[in-house]
Structures are given as C-alpha cells and as structure tokens.
Design a protein around this ligand. Structure first.
Ligand code: SAM
Length: 339
C-alpha cells in the first residue's frame, strides 16, 4: 500500500474502528456542520460527539474553521494519503447502505434545511422575525390543538393502543366521540386520570388484534407508535379495518427502519421500525385504498428514530374480514368496556 507506514496504517484503522465515528465522517464528508448540528444529526450528547470529532481532527480526517462565535467541521478525506483514502472508500461504501447512515442522511437534510431558513438574511426580514416571535409567544403545540377543530364533530375516532391518552385528549377536543383502546391496565389508569371529565371519551381494555369495537363503529382510527410492539402488525391492521365504517380512514405513525437493537430489551419492541412500502402493502391487503405515506420531519430535540405517517381509506366496497356475530360483539363490549 502506498503512502502510509505500517504504524500509520494501524493508527488509521483505529481511527476508523468505530461505527459511530465513521457515520460522523460520512456526514461531515457531505456537509460542513457545527458541533450542535452534529449532535442533532447523529442524536449524540455533545460530550460523545466532541470525543469522536477530536479523534477525526487529530487523524486529519476532518478540519475545523472558526465562523463567528462557532466552529464548523467538514471532512478532509481528500487531504489524506492515498492508502487512507482507499481505506475510507472501503468503509464508506459498506456503511452508506446501512439504516443508521440512511437515518443520518435524513436528519442531515432536515438540519441543513432548518439552517437555511434561519440564515441571517431570512432573520433580517419581518417574516423571519415573525416565525421566531410566534414560537416564543405561543409555543409549538397550539396548531395541533387548533387543527382538530377541523374534525367533524359527528365523528367517532378509535385511538388504538392509546397508552396514557395524550393523543386521545387532543382528538376528543374536536371529534364527537373517541374510543380509546389499550391492553394495559396501567396505561388505561393513567389515561383515565388525564381524561377525567371528558364526557366524549370511552376507554376500553382489549387487544388490537381482537378489538372490543363493533364492525364499522369508527369513522377514523389511529395506530400511533403501536405496531412495532405487535408480533403480527398485518393482523392488527386488518382488525382496525374491520372496525372502520366505509369511507373511514386509518392513520399509522411508526418508526422508519433503525438499528437500535437495545429497544427490544428496554421497551419490548418486536420490530425495529418498518419499511413504509411493506406497511403500505399490509394496508392494501387489509382492503384499504388511497394509501399515502411520508416520512415526518425530525424534531431538533428528538432522540428517537425518524418517523413516518401512513394513511389509507376504507372504500365503500372494500374487502372485509369476517364480521363478529352480534352476540360476540355484545359479550366483548360488556366484558371489556372499561369505564
Ligand atoms: C409506545 S405506546 C404508545 C401509546 C400512544 N399511542 C402514544 O402515542 O403515546 C404503545 C401502547 O400500545 C399498547 N399495546 C401494545 N400491544 C398492544 C396490543 N396487542 N393490544 C392493545 N394495546 C397494545 C401498550 O400497552 C402501550 O400503551
């Protein structure tokens, strides 16, 4: 190999011997970033980002420059000896196809887009000042709360896997009735406390795979951050479809594919995210149509994997699973209604 002594080669191997550090170099190869932007893209605490950055700067893989009060860093692979460049090409080639790198790229795009909208020029305009002032004065949540006023007050919405009822509470402000279902008594207890006094919310204990909800009882249903807990998400989607009235919509929000294997032990995740194309396939197989799916923008402060939203419609003539017999339905409601 040309350009490096054996000793220098092993130094390079050790500098690139950490997957997080290599992802960082991949990001800096694509874009110049400040430390706080690196933390957002890589979802790392500042101390960890700085530690990896130091190794890359010392090894000559990255250079920094002062920019006003901050420092910006960018990849400097092209200044490395040929052997080091070859080594990096090998690592970068293997790494860039990984889910972690794909998620980094997504967050990198969001960080750069946010930076552009925050540029000096933008903030010197009334529009830029208003965007910031609006956030300071009214916060980030009021739009969501206000937008539910667009819901039809005749609607019944199912919040399936409602957890502690955060979304249920928001939906109940606009919909006529919300049926919130969860299998966990502890979660329902917390939801009951939160929703105390909301006369249009019904909490029902039950499993999503066999919902305590009658055929066509719902005008819309949500499965928010739930499917990754289920062994058979397609079964849950089919069951939610059964509970939808013709013309009803199902909204699924979940994680894009990621590599945080520790979530299995820490939080009981069964799926490490979903490929939206595969999920869209399950929605169609359940008989839903007009399937739309899109990645959701990442929040600067969010530490979790990137999310996507998929929505689908139960057409008037859509395929239906076998209906529950009325006597089964009555028994289910009686046994499982939790109110
Ligand atoms: C991560 S929490 C999300 C809660 C809520 N949707 C939210 O966004 O805050 C997942 C919830 O799904 C519930 N859950 C998991 N598997 C379920 C199943 N098979 N049937 C019903 N609920 C289930 C859990 O009890 C938990 O409350």
């Amino acid at each position: 190999m040309k350009g490096l002594s054996n000793r220098a080669l092993f130094d390079r191997l050790s500098e690139l011997g950490d997957p997080v550090r290599c992802r960082l170099l991949l990001a800096l190869d694509a874009e110049e970033l400040t430390v706080s932007e690196i933390c957002q893209v890589m979802q790392l605490p500042q101390s960890t980002a700085s530690r990896h950055l130091r190794v890359l700067v010392d090894g000559g893989w990255v250079t920094g420059r002062r920019d006003g009060t901050s420092r910006r860093y960018r990849g400097a692979v092209d200044r490395q000896p040929e052997t080091a460049r070859e080594l990096w090409a090998l690592v970068a080639g293997a790494l860039s196809g990984s889910r972690a790198a794909a998620n980094d790229r997504r967050r990198l795009r969001d960080v750069v887009a946010r930076r552009q909208s925050r540029s000096q020029e933008f903030f010197s305009t009334a529009a830029g000042r208003w965007a910031e002032l609006r956030r300071q004065l009214f916060g980030q949540r009021f739009e969501t709360e206000a937008l539910v006023s667009l819901l039809d007050p005749e609607m019944t919405i199912g919040d399936l896997g409602c957890g502690t009822g955060e979304l249920t509470e928001i939906l109940a402000a606009g919909a006529g009735r919300v049926i919130a279902v969860d299998e966990s008594e502890a979660m329902l207890k917390a939801a009951r406390r939160r929703l105390n006094g909301r006369g249009n919310v019904e909490l029902r204990r039950g499993r999503i795979e066999s919902l305590p909800v009658a055929d066509g009882e719902l005008d819309a249903a949500t499965l928010i951050l739930v499917l990754h807990h289920l062994a058979e998400p397609a079964t849950a989607i089919a069951e939610a479809t059964r509970a939808l009235a013709p013309g009803g919509r199902l909204l699924v929000v979940d994680m894009l594919p990621h590599e945080r294997d520790e979530y299995r032990q820490q939080m009981g995740h069964v799926w490490l995210g979903f490929d939206p194309a595969e999920l869209s396939g399950w929605l169609r197989t359940a008989g839903l149509s007009s399937v739309r799916s899109r990645p959701l923008p990442t929040d600067v402060d969010a530490k979790g994997p990137a999310l996507f939203a998929a929505v689908a419609l139960r057409g008037a003539g859509g395929k239906r699973r076998s209906r529950k017999r009325p006597q089964d339905r009555k028994r289910t409601r009686k046994q499982e209604t939790d109110r």
